[in-house]
Design a protein around this ligand. Structure first.
Ligand SMILES: *Cc1c(COP(=O)(O)O)cnc(C)c1O
Length: 561
C-alpha cells in the first residue's frame, strides 16, 4: 500500500471493541471492532460511524427454570469524548437532535457514535436498545446511523473518499449523499451515479428471507426517503424496500464475507438489475485481541505450546468455578460452543444423542462449555438455551455461561481444547469464533460452511464433519442426522483417542491450526483485501469520474468467481 490511500468512513450498527463499551450483539459488531483496531494499528485513514446504545443489546441472565431473561440497565460509559457537535435528522415529522461522541481509547480506533438519548422524550427511545423495538424503531435507528452519520462527518469536517456500509442497516447514508448532490444542482440520476462511485458494501446474510425489508409507505411516513420521491425510492430499493438490494444499487462494489458466501450471494442476487458486483473477502479476526500472548510467543519461538495452553484452560476453569460453582478438570478434553442462540446454529444438536454423550460424560471423558445470547424476542433461541442449561443441571461436566460477551469469548476460544461449529448449511456467512479458536490452537470440529472449508484441513488443522462419512447431505433433517453421526464418529474414533493417547499429534494439529489462522484468518489480511478489492477500486472509479469520463460502465471491477 504505497500510493495515496483513500479515506474511508465505515458505517455499522454495532461495534464490539470492548466489554466496557457494550454496543454490540454478536459477530457483525465484533467484526467491526476488529476492523477498527486493525485500521488504527496499520495507521490507515479510517473512521467508524455507529450509535451509542445506552441500554445495549441485552444483559441476558438465566432464570431458575433455565429460561433466559433480559435486563436493560442504563450503561455509564467511560472514555467518551464530547465532540461538542450535534446534527439534526428528520424522523416521522419531528426534528431529532443527535449528539456526536468520539471514542478513541480502545487501542486507539477512532469511532464516532451518534446519540439521541438527550433527555427529550420525543427522541430518547431511538438509540436505547440495539435491535430492539419494532419496524418503526428500526427505521428511525437506521435514519440516525445513515443520514445522521453523513451529517456528522460533515459537521466534523472530515474529508472522506469512500463510504463503506457494513451490512444494509446504514443504506440511508446513500440517500443523504444523493441529496447533497441534488442540492448542488445535479439531477437525481446524476447524483445517484456519482454517489455509487463513493460507496462500497459488505453483505452478511446468506438467506434471502434474512435480508431486511421495509414497506415503502412506512419509509415515506418515517421520512427515511430524505426528500426523494416514492418513485425514486422504488428505483433504488423496490417495494417492499429491500435494504440489501438498495445497498447493491447504491454501491459500485460489494463483497460477501467468505468465499463460499460469495457464491451464495452472487446466486442470490443475480436477478437484480444494476446491482454492484459481489466479490468475496473472507472475514478475519484481530490477533492482539483474540490470541493469547503466551501461546503467540511459544508458537513464534518454537517452544512448548502445551504449557501456555493449559494456563489458558485453567483461566477458563477458574471463571467457570467463580460463575457457575462447578469444578472442571484441566486434564479432561473440553469442547466449547459459543455463539448467538439462533436456531440455524443448532446449539442443541449434539444432545440429540444422549445415548452416546451421556456415558462419555459419566465416565469423565469430556467437558462441554456453552455460552451465547438469544435475541430478546427469539423464543426458539431461548428454548435452545433452556434445553442446554437444563441438561447441564444433570451433568457436572456441562456448563452454560450466562451473558456471553467478549471476556467469555476470549476465555473460551483460548481455554477450550476443541471448538464445535455445526450451523445448518449454507446459513453461516462466515462465522468468526472458530477463527479465534484456531489462532490459539483450539481445534475446530466443524461442518463446511462460512470460512471453514477454505482454511481447515481435515485431520491436519481440525476436523471437517462433511468429510467423515461418504454421503450427500441435502434436506435439513438429513443434515441433523448426518452431522450427528459424523460428529460422534469423529469424536469417538479420533478426537478422544488422539487427545488422551497421542498428545504429540494433538500438539502438531494445534500448530497447524495456528499457522493456518495467521496465514489466512487475520483482520490484517482482510483489511488489505478491502483496499485491493473495494476501496482502491472505488477510489479509482471516483477519480476517473471526476476527471470527466462520461460513462462508468467501462470500468472493470474485479469479480472472481
Ligand atoms: C466472535 C464473537 C461472536 C461471533 O461468533 P460467530 O462464531 O461468528 O457466531 C459473537 N459474539 C462475541 C462476543 C464474539 O466474541
Amino acid at each position: 500500500m504505497d500510493k495515496k490511500l483513500p479515506k474511508v468512513a465505515y458505517f455499522c450498527m454495532e461495534y464490539g471493541l470492548s466489554d466496557n463499551l457494550p454496543i454490540f450483539s454478536g459477530g457483525l459488531g465484533i467484526l467491526a471492532g476488529d476492523y477498527l483496531k486493525t485500521a488504527k494499528e496499520l495507521e490507515l485513514p479510517i473512521v467508524g460511524i455507529g450509535i451509542l446504545w445506552r441500554k445495549d443489546y441485552t444483559t441476558q441472565l438465566i432464570g431458575e427454570d433455565g429460561y433466559p431473561y433480559d435486563l436493560y440497565p442504563n450503561h455509564q460509559f467511560q472514555n467518551l469524548i464530547d465532540t461538542n457537535i450535534s446534527v439534526k435528522c428528520r424522523v416521522r415529522g419531528t426534528d431529532i437532535y443527535c449528539k456526536v461522541w468520539k471514542v478513541e481509547n480502545y487501542r486507539n480506533a477512532v469511532l464516532y457514535l451518534l446519540d439521541t438519548d438527550l433527555g427529550r422524550p420525543e427522541q430518547d427511545w431511538i438509540t436505547q436498545k440495539l435491535y430492539g423495538g419494532a419496524d418503526q424503531d428500526r427505521v428511525a435507528q437506521e435514519i440516525i446511523l445513515g443520514i445522521g452519520g453523513i451529517r456528522a462527518l460533515r459537521a466534523l469536517n472530515l474529508d472522506i473518499d469512500i463510504y463503506h456500509l457494513n451490512e444494509g442497516h446504514a443504506v440511508f447514508a446513500g440517500l443523504e449523499l444523493i441529496r447533497e448532490k441534488m442540492e448542488d444542482g445535479f439531477t437525481f440520476e446524476e447524483a445517484w451515479e456519482k454517489t455509487r462511485k463513493e460507496i462500497v458494501f459488505t453483505t452478511h446474510t446468506p438467506v434471502e428471507a434474512g435480508n431486511e425489508t421495509h414497506d415503502l409507505g412506512l419509509l415515506m411516513y418515517m421520512e427515511a426517503n430524505n426528500g426523494l420521491s416514492e418513485q425514486q425510492m422504488r428505483q433504488i430499493g423496490g417495494n417492499p424496500f429491500n435494504m440489501t438490494i438498495a445497498a447493491l444499487r447504491l454501491s459500485c462494489q460489494a463483497n460477501a464475507v467468505s468465499q463460499l458466501h460469495g457464491e451464495t450471494a452472487r446466486k442470490m442476487w443475480e436477478h437484480i438489475p444494476d446491482a454492484a458486483p459481489i466479490t468475496a473477502i473472507t472475514n478475519g479476526v484481530h490477533v492482539g485481541t483474540w490470541q493469547d500472548n503466551k501461546i503467540r510467543s511459544a508458537y513464534e519461538t518454537g517452544t512448548d505450546i502445551w504449557q501456555p495452553h493449559l494456563e489458558a484452560k485453567k483461566r477458563l476453569i477458574e471463571y467457570i468455578k467463580e460463575k457457575n460453582q462447578v469444578s472442571f478438570d484441566p486434564d479432561v478434553l473440553t469442547i466449547g460452543f459459543a455463539r448467538r442462540a439462533a436456531a440455524y446454529k443448532r446449539g442443541g444438536l449434539i444432545f440429540k444423542r444422549m445415548d452416546i454423550l451421556g456415558p462419555l460424560l459419566e465416565q469423565g471423558r469430556l467437558q462441554l462449555v456453552y455460552s451465547g445470547k438469544a435475541h430478546p424476542n427469539d423464543h426458539t433461541g431461548k428454548k435452545i438455551i433452556q434445553e442446554i442449561v437444563n441438561i447441564s443441571k444433570q451433568y457436572p461436566n456441562i456448563v452454560f455461561l450466562e451473558n456471553y460477551n467478549m471476556e467469555i469469548a476470549a476465555l473460551m476460544v483460548q481455554g477450550c481444547d476443541a471448538w464445535l461449529n455445526n450451523p445448518l448449511r449454507p446459513m453461516e456467512a462466515s462465522g468468526t469464533s472458530g477463527m479465534k479458536a484456531a489462532l490459539n490452537g483450539v481445534l475446530n470440529i466443524s461442518v463446511i460452511d462460512g470460512w471453514v472449508g477454505e482454511a481447515v484441513r481435515h485431520r491436519e488443522s481440525g476436523w471437517l464433519l462433511d468429510k467423515v462419512l461418504n454421503k450427500n447431505v441435502t434436506s435439513t433433517e438429513d443434515q441433523d442426522n448426518y452431522d450427528l453421526e459424523a460428529f460422534y464418529q469423529v469424536l469417538l474414533k479420533e478426537v478422544i483417542p488422539i487427545y488422551y493417547n497421542d498428545r504429540e499429534r494433538w500438539i502438531n494439529m494445534m500448530k497447524s491450526s495456528i499457522k493456518m489462522a495467521i496465514e489466512k484468518l487475520t483482520s490484517q489480511r482482510m483489511i488489505d483485501q478491502y483496499y485491493q478489492l473495494l476501496y482502491n477500486k472505488a477510489y479509482e472509479a471516483k477519480n476517473y469520474f471526476l476527471a470527466g469520463a462520461e460513462t462508468f460502465g467501462k470500468f472493470d471491477f474485479i469479480n472472481p468467481s
